[in-house]
Design a protein around this ligand. Structure first.
Ligand SMILES: Cc1ncc(COP(=O)(O)O)c(C=O)c1O
Length: 449
């Protein structure tokens, strides 16, 4: 074997012999390549690793494989579509499955979120929604409303729009001045006031009032939209305080500001209903989704808009393009086929209902880790959880990383953010899977200093 740890022999193994070429996303490339973790197969609740182990998928891939892996109806729909029509342009052209998928989605969405704009990733969905918000106000004669309000610890993907409204310092600090005219609400996490809350914390509703301060500072006439994740996923599963999202809705309504929910993680059953908007009883003006939209089998994203947002664009000469925006792969034929098959599976197998029914058992399992060494907070909603551990003196994130690696070695794939382990398994799980996930995780936490 070469002295270079990034070069691993592939004799009698599935590990490629050159790990050098692929510059991996959101990865400590040198650390990873010295000790790679490769996945080579997946079925339902499990991955197969390159060394032949079965690992339970505690994170639904990246919060996306909600119906479980390699589901036959989705696989077959993709295969059929690829053979029938691989690609069709969607600029001044269309194809039947795009219309079918959009109308199925519109029926699934709450309230009058009944128009759908397709993109390919959560990041693109976010940029699309932000652009629609600004153009919406202009279409109504309020062109000065261009300011966008995000939130600290928010994650909205990695486009310039998303990182501008996002609130994760490492995703922002090396990329220059970002979008102009952006402000941020405070995040809603306080260990002191809400540690070990079950479901929505009682404390923190007042944090929504900060939007009034921002409105006073900039004047409502300059503000286009507020964007938040109903549950902040990527920064460690931060559950919204009771009444917080309602308050944001009220303040936005009062000042004519659009409210955008980024439901890229919370969409498609994760919180125990089709969308977080339903779980929390707040209808935003727009909703960004991706991930579970196609069960992640084909990359796709969808921005849902309420009727009044869509209709604001439908004036002027009918030969005019109403929105100068779109992607070559918007409503890709394979994505639409996969998406329709995914929606069928969600409905036919009652997958969101399964998530809702198991949520209390999940909550008990999460909170059974109270008292385990180094655990300083446990957070849950639907079938998602954050397990926060105290940072170690040798550096923030080091304990979390060791737990993550130990868990993987013991048979559980989880997500890691700093010293928080995030869990969001496929929603086809059973009580036995929940027991397995928390059994392995507890062992892993206990085995790390
Ligand atoms: C809330 C939220 N928005 C946007 C994104 C970005 O999605 P993508 O990675 O598909 O661009 C993510 C990804 O995790 C997300 O969690």
């Amino acid at each position: 074997m070469s002295a270079n740890p990034a070069r691993v022999s592939n004799e009698n193994t599935a590990v490629p012999n050159d790990l050098e070429s692929w510059w991996m996303p959101f990865t400590a490339n040198r650390q990873f390549k010295a000790n790679p973790r490769l996945l080579v197969g997946a079925k339902d609740m499990h991955y197969t690793t390159h060394d032949g182990r079965q690992v339970i998928d505690g994170s639904a891939g990246l919060w996306c494989v909600n119906a479980g892996h390699c589901r036959k109806p989705i696989v077959e729909a993709i295969q059929k579509q690829a053979a029938e029509m691989d690609f069709a342009p969607t600029f001044q052209m269309g194809h039947p499955k795009a219309f079918e998928f959009a109308s199925r989605l519109a029926h699934l969405a709450p309230g009058d979120l009944n128009h759908v704009f397709f993109a390919n990733s959560g990041s693109e969905a976010v940029d699309t929604a932000l652009k629609i918000a600004i153009a919406y106000h202009r279409a109504r004669g309020e062109g000065a409303r261009t300011r966008l309000i995000g939130r600290e610890r928010g994650y909205h993907g990695v486009g310039f729009g998303g990182i501008s409204v996002g609130g994760i310092v490492s995703n922002r600090k090396v990329f220059g001045p970002l979008l102009a005219g952006v402000d941020h609400l405070p995040h809603t996490h306080s260990l002191k006031d809400m540690a070990f809350s079950k479901g929505q914390p009682d404390w923190g509703t007042h944090l929504a009032d900060d939007l009034e301060r921002i409105v006073t500072l900039h004047d409502a006439s300059t503000i286009a939209a507020v964007i938040v994740e109903p549950v902040a996923g990527s920064t460690g599963v931060l559950i919204p305080p009771k009444g917080y999202l309602q308050k944001l809705r009220q303040i936005c309504d009062k000042h004519g500001i659009l409210l955008i929910f980024d439901e890229v993680i919370t969409g498609f059953g994760r919180t125990g209903a089709a969308f977080g908007a339903e779980t929390f009883g707040v209808i935003p003006d727009m909703m960004t989704t991706a991930k579970g939209l196609t069960n992640a089998a084909v990359p796709a994203a969808a921005v849902f808009t309420r009727k009044h947002v869509h209709d604001a664009f439908m004036s002027g000469p009918e030969n005019m393009i109403e929105l100068f925006h779109g992607y070559t792969y918007s409503a890709h034929a394979l994505a639409c086929a996969a998406g329709i098959a995914t929606l069928d599976l969600y409905r036919d197998e009652g997958i969101f209902e399964n998530a809702k029914a198991l949520a209390p058992y999940w909550e008990d399992a999460v909170h059974s880790l109270k008292g385990v060494k180094n655990v300083i907070d446990l957070r849950n909603i639907g079938i998602m959880a954050g397990i926060e551990m105290a940072p170690r003196e040798d550096g923030a994130g080091k304990r979390g990383y060791e737990v993550f690696v130990k868990a993987y070695e013991k048979g559980l794939m989880a997500r890691l953010t700093g010293d928080t382990i995030a869990l969001s398994p496929p929603l086809i799980l059973t009580r036995k899977h929940i027991d397995d996930i928390f059994g392995i995780l507890k062992d892993a936490i206990q085995s790390v200093n």
